[in-house]
Each structure stands twice: as structure tokens, then as C-alpha cells.
Design a binder for this molecule. Structure first.
Ligand code: PEP
Ligand code: MN
Length: 358
């Protein structure tokens, strides 16, 4: 797989004048629920109607999807509304059944993307089709594993590819159900600029109230589109009830999002941008010089400690620096999280410089 491949062709061929929208319920529950939701999505920005037929649930005993009986419902959606259809596949049998019912887009879920065996099995079952296949990020933030899954599909000849960022599970996280890792998506973009990048705010947020702002962040980072769980009556959904939205809310969200241009060639804008960028470049240079000076002083401290046979790490002093910097930084509008990360990195580098002293 190389980064010159024309992965985006399937997306440009759709000729949308807005970001791609894949919408529909977490799970297909009943024929009525599937049809009612689809009819409400018919005249929205939605291109693909999603519905989970087989549901990977965290614990047994939860609703695990209706299975193959739901596939004719999706066929009916396509016939009655003209929406294209999409579902998750997690093994060769799912692929075989989904292809039989002419599902247009298949995605590999986060729990399957972690397993090279499963991905390989799915890829081989897909060989010879020209369906669109999207790979969700694995539950753990491992970019090579995510890209490896895409490569397995590419190797069997699938070219209509894309990835979905649905966030990463983490034990301590409070705000999100699955924390987004924007830098990872930016890195992926850098390596494969042409690979469509879709955002799944539903599984990131876990609650519908946060969906709008996460979508806006996605657009600000040039995402190509969204997969958003949408249900005719989210409150009674059989799975992921708290994060699903109504078709009406979906329309409001797509209406209110600010879609921006990747670039502008307007002269005044470019002039002003150049001025600001020069200032930033100078400040970045100053930062490097300050950091270098800081490390030279750290080395002198290292020498002093060495002479007196004192340990390098002194936790009290370090905690005091961190507290001072967080208080000073937050007063100037910098976030605690940023100061914490920055000074941990500075401290580590400082320790390494002190260790270098002979
Ligand atoms: C889903 O899209 O319904 C789903 C199960 O997602 P994920 O694989 O991201 O958990
Ligand atoms: Mn779901």
C-alpha cells in the first residue's frame, strides 16, 4: 500500500457538496424501527444508512443483534428510500450474508480491528468484490495495527477503502466513552493523505449532548465525513441508547456545523497569515534557545549534586515546580493538561542532561 493510491475516488465519485454522512441506528431492532428511521433520513445529507445486524457487545446477555433476518430490511431500505446501505462485518459468514443482500459499504469494528486473524479472514471473504470497506480504529491506540488492517484489505484487491476514528477505550476517562486521539488521526492523514477519514462521534462521546462539538473538531481537522448513530426513538433503543440522536437532530447538526475550506488564496488573508507565521517561527526559535539554556543550567546542577553525591530526582522540588507552573500557566489561559505534559517532558530531558554529567 503506498500513499499515492487513489483511495478517495469512491468518495469523490459520490459528488457530495457536504461532508459524507453515514447515519442510522446502532442496531437493526425491528423492521418497523429500521424503516421508520430510514424514511426520516431519506431527505437529509445521509448517503449511507447504517444498521448493526450483528452486534459485538461487551458482556454476554446484552442484545447481540437480530442477525440475518435483518438483512432483507436493509434491502427494503435501499429500494424504498434510495439510501445506500452499510453494516458491520466481523467474520467470513457476515461478509457472505451481507454480500448476498447487496450491502454497499461494510465496516470492520473496533473489536475486530485489533485481531489480524479476524481482519485477514474478513479480507479473504471480501476478495473479488468492489464494495466500500471502512476500518474503525482498534480499541487500543496503535496506528500500525490500524493501518495493518487496511493493508490486509488492500492486499486482496479492495481499493474503495477508508478509516473511521471512533476513539480509544481508557480506564480513567470520564468525559468520553472512547477518548478521541486527534494526533493519531493527524499522523494517519500525513502518511495517507488520500485515505478517507471518517469520524464516529457517537462511540467517542457515549452521550448525544457532546456530538455536535466533536463533529466540529473533526471538520476543523479536515475529516471527510461522519458516521452518526441515528434512531427514530433513541430513548428506547436496544443498544447505545444514550448516544443515539433523532433524524431531526441530525439535520440540525449538519445544518449548524461550520464547514471550512482547506485553503484560501485571498491576498490580504495570505499577507496577514505570513506575518503571524513569522512571529510564531521567531517565538518557536526563542523557545528552543530557552530550553537549551535551561538544560545547560540543569547540567551545572547535575555536577553540583554529583560532587556532593546527592540523587538527581528530588520529588518535593519537582512537585513544587509543577504546582507553580500549573498555577502560572492557567492564569495565562493554558490548560492544566498541557502544562502537565510539557513540564513532564522538560523534566525528563533535564534528568537526562543531569545524568550526562561526568
Ligand atoms: C457500532 O458502530 O455500532 C460499533 C459496534 O462500533 P465500534 O466497533 O466502534 O464499537
Ligand atoms: Mn453502537
Amino acid at each position: 500500500m503506498n500513499n499515492n493510491s487513489n483511495f478517495k475516488k469512491w468518495l469523490t465519485d459520490l459528488q457530495l457538496n457536504h461532508p459524507l454522512v453515514i447515519a442510522g441506528p446502532c442496531s437493526a431492532e425491528t423492521e418497523e424501527q429500521v424503516m421508520a428511521t430510514a424514511h426520516l433520513l431519506k431527505d437529509t445529507d445521509t448517503t449511507f444508512y447504517r444498521a448493526g445486524i450483528w452486534k459485538p457487545r461487551t458482556r454476554p446477555g446484552m442484545f447481540e443483534g437480530v442477525g440475518v433476518v435483518g438483512l432483507p430490511w436493509l434491502k427494503r431500505v435501499k429500494e424504498e428510500t434510495g439510501l445506500k446501505t452499510a453494516t458491520e462485518v466481523a467474520n467470513a459468514m457476515h461478509v457472505e450474508q451481507a454480500l448476498k443482500f447487496d450491502i454497499d459499504l461494510l465496516w470492520i469494528g473496533a473489536r475486530s480491528a485489533v485481531s489480524p486473524f479476524i481482519v485477514q479472514e474478513i479480507a479473504e471473504a471480501l476478495q473479488g468484490t468492489d464494495k466500500i470497506v471502512l476500518v474503525k480504529n482498534p480499541v487500543n491506540p496503535d496506528l500500525p495495527l490500524w493501518l495493518g488492517a487496511v493493508e490486509r484489505l488492500y492486499q486482496v484487491g479492495i481499493e474503495k477503502l477508508g478509516v473511521i476514528h471512533r476513539g480509544f477505550s481508557s480506564y480513567h476517562e470520564k468525559v468520553y466513552r472512547n477518548k478521541p486521539k486527534w494526533p493519531l488521526a493527524i499522523e494517519l492523514r500525513k502518511q495517507f493523505p488520500d485515505l478517507p477519514l471518517i469520524l464516529d462521534p457517537s462511540h467517542i462521546c457515549g452521550k448525544r449532548e457532546l456530538i455536535f462539538e466533536v463533529c466540529q473538531t473533526g471538520l476543523d481537522l479536515n475529516y471527510d465525513g461522519f458516521m452518526i448513530e441515528t434512531h427514530v426513538d433513541p430513548t428506547v433503543a436496544w443498544s447505545d441508547a444514550a448516544q443515539q440522536i433523532t433524524p431531526q437532530r441530525l439535520v440540525e447538526i449538519t445544518r449548524d456545523l461550520r464547514v471550512k475550506q482547506p485553503e484560501s488564496h485571498e491576498t490580504d488573508y495570505l499577507k496577514q497569515l505570513t506575518i503571524f507565521r513569522k512571529e510564531l517561527d521567531q517565538l518557536d526559535q526563542n523557545l528552543i534557545e530557552l530550553l537549551a539554556t535551561r538544560m545547560q543550567i540543569a547540567e551545572q546542577i547535575g555536577k553540583l549534586k554529583q560532587d556532593k553525591n546527592v540523587t538527581i530526582l528530588q520529588s518535593d522540588r519537582w512537585n513544587q515546580i509543577m504546582d507553580n507552573m500549573i498555577s502560572s500557566g492557567t492564569q495565562r489561559g493554558l490548560s492544566t493538561e498541557f502544562i502537565d505534559k510539557l513540564f513532564k517532558a522538560i523534566h525528563l530531558e533535564s534528568i537526562q542532561h543531569q545524568q550526562k554529567v561526568k
